[in-house]
Design a protein around this ligand. Structure first.
Ligand SMILES: [Zn+2]
Length: 533
């Protein structure tokens, strides 16, 4: 009986997003009320059977409390951000550091969990559950499960075709079922990670083992800036109506306007920005099995370093020089325990000076990471006010959210421009390539944040900025025609191009390199040949 009440409670009270999704799918179809009731009954039967199977006396109450608690938290995030808790979300959660996680806590969450989690759990604690002797309890439970299955079968058979079609057409609705889908995702992700981890330890597959670099007498440094959660359409360089690039606009940069990310969140995208796998073959799990761009460059003699102000490199920088800067104690750049992105520039000049060969420095930004956008930009860069200054962004008015987000772009503009100023003074071939890992939704169609499955993600989550700057010495040394390169700025590119483009810039010769995926190749004077594109 307690299980049945819990099942009804979960279906009615902790599945708002599911009901909204089902209702919108049904629209005004004839008999949609009947469908809604049908879905409700099916779910109650399934939940009740699952609870009856797993909740035995010693762990009965703790299990129910855990299930209700998980459902309340999952329901809050699903409803607030219009997301589904899939494997990607769980991976994000597992790879997020404590500070990022604590940023997600808010009064709204606390209120939600109190009403939907703590109150029912309290009632449950006070309820006395009477059990039958164990044989009869077992028999009774088998009866419940058997009867539920029988009833489900009858329901399915009665309307087999319609249900089958409905299920096929809207199979994504299963992702909204709370808490079974979040729990399923959690265990699935643990299994996938466990496997990937162990395989990686066993055999990391070497790529481009034939890679060589011809010795040149010109020294070069490339700074590859990995942006965070920056979306292309918010850059005035790409036509945004607000001036979010007041500084870069004065630098001689090329902004590529049509670049697509390989994923919709950091864990999914970041490995793809260093992977040789390319479209069709790439997935973060698959990429973990192989070396990446940085390994190849390092092997051919490039001095590679990674500086991080985000939550880590997701394993990409495991074998190279790595600095964590997000916990620095600079009173100006890190006033509240976390650092603004300018921390990435601190001592960068010394780092460049200390290396006298060809250098690649990766700077991993905190960028526009949400939902607390307002924490990402110092006061002087808050050009757009009022700013949403709370964690539960969905409770701010939309314009103030956009203001806070736009200010993060203004600040990134400043960071990149300062970096260019620094590179300009080095007196040898220097360049900067900035690419964001994925975009962000800012309330279009009521969708916020990012991480929706790529197939259904809105363009704002996958359309990313990519900005290139190089010194005259660099253009000269690499025989790149800046005008030709600038002319290609509206070509469609994707993260897939990055691996080959960087191999090209460092003049690495290997059979893995594909000139047609090197965005600089067509602009290189010596090798430019239209037939190759
Ligand atoms: Zn990200």
């Amino acid at each position: 009986m307690v299980n049945l009440v819990a099942a009804v409670f979960l279906v009615c009270c902790a599945n708002g997003p599911l009901w909204r999704a089902v209702a919108s799918v049904l629209g005004s179809t004839a008999g949609h009320w009947l469908w809604l009731v049908g879905v409700g009954v099916v779910l109650v039967l399934v939940f009740n059977s699952l609870l009856s199977l797993f909740s035995f006396p010693p762990v009965h109450k703790p299990l129910l409390i855990a299930v209700i608690g998980i459902a309340a938290i999952a329901d809050y995030y699903m409803a607030s951000y219009r997301i589904v808790i899939n494997g990607q979300m769980i991976t994000n959660l597992l790879e997020t550091d404590f500070r990022e996680a604590s940023e997600q806590l808010s009064w709204a969450l606390l209120r939600h969990v109190t009403v939907l989690g703590a109150l029912p759990a309290g009632l449950l604690v006070l309820t006395q559950i009477r059990y039958r002797p164990w044989r009869r309890e077992l028999l009774a439970r088998s009866g419940v499960v058997g009867a539920s299955l029988a009833l489900l079968t009858v329901l399915l058979l009665a309307n087999f075709k319609a249900l089958l079609l409905f299920g096929r057409e809207h199979s994504d609705l299963r992702m909204y079922v709370n808490p079974t889908y979040p729990v399923y995702s959690f265990f699935k992700t643990l299994r996938v990670n466990y496997r990937a981890h162990h395989k990686e330890k066993e055999t990391l597959r070497i790529i481009a083992s034939d890679a060589t670099r011809s010795a040149t007498n010109t020294r070069m440094a490339l700074v590859y800036v990995i942006g965070e959660t920056a979306r292309a359409e918010q850059f005035s360089l790409n036509g945004y109506h607000r001036d979010t690039n007041p500084q870069l606009r004065k630098q001689n940069v090329i902004s590529f306007t049509d670049v697509e990310s390989c994923g919709t969140d950091t864990a999914d995208s970041l490995p793809g920005m260093f992977s040789h796998l390319g479209k069709g073959r790439y997935s973060p799990g698959e990429a973990k099995k192989y070396e990446n761009l940085l390994d190849v460059l390092q092997r051919t003699g490039v001095q590679v370093a990674w500086r991080d102000n985000n939550s880590g490199s997701k394993g990409i920088a495991d074998r190279i020089k790595y600095e964590i800067l997000s916990h620095e104690r600079d009173p100006i750049l890190c006033p509240s325990g976390e650092c603004y992105d300018e921390i990435l520039l601190q001592n960068l000049e010394q780092l460049l000076r200390a290396n006298n060969g060809d250098v690649l420095v990766v700077l991993h930004q905190k960028g526009s990471h949400g939902p607390s956008y307002y924490k990402r930009s110092p006061k002087e860069f808050k050009l757009f006010l009022p700013e949403c200054d709370r964690e539960d962004v969905q409770n701010c008015d939309r314009q103030s959210i956009i203001n806070a987000y736009d200010n993060t772009i203004v600040y990134t503009d400043h960071v990149l421009s300062r970096l260019i100023d620094l590179l300009k003074t080095q007196g040898y071939a220097t360049a900067m390539l900035y690419v964001s890992d994925h975009g962000e939704s800012l309330g279009e169609n009521n969708i916020y944040l990012h991480g929706l499955p790529r197939a259904i993600a809105p363009r704002q989550q996958t359309h990313v900025p990519m900005i290139f700057w190089a010194s005259p010495e660099f253009y000269e040394a690499k025989a790149i025609d800046p005008a030709l390169l600038a002319a290609s700025r509206s070509q469609p590119y994707s993260h897939e191009y990055l691996f080959h483009s960087l191999l090209g810039l460092f003049d690495v010769q290997t059979t893995v390199y594909q000139p047609k995926l090197d965005l600089f190749f067509p602009a290189r004077k010596r090798t430019s040949s239209p037939s190759l594109r």
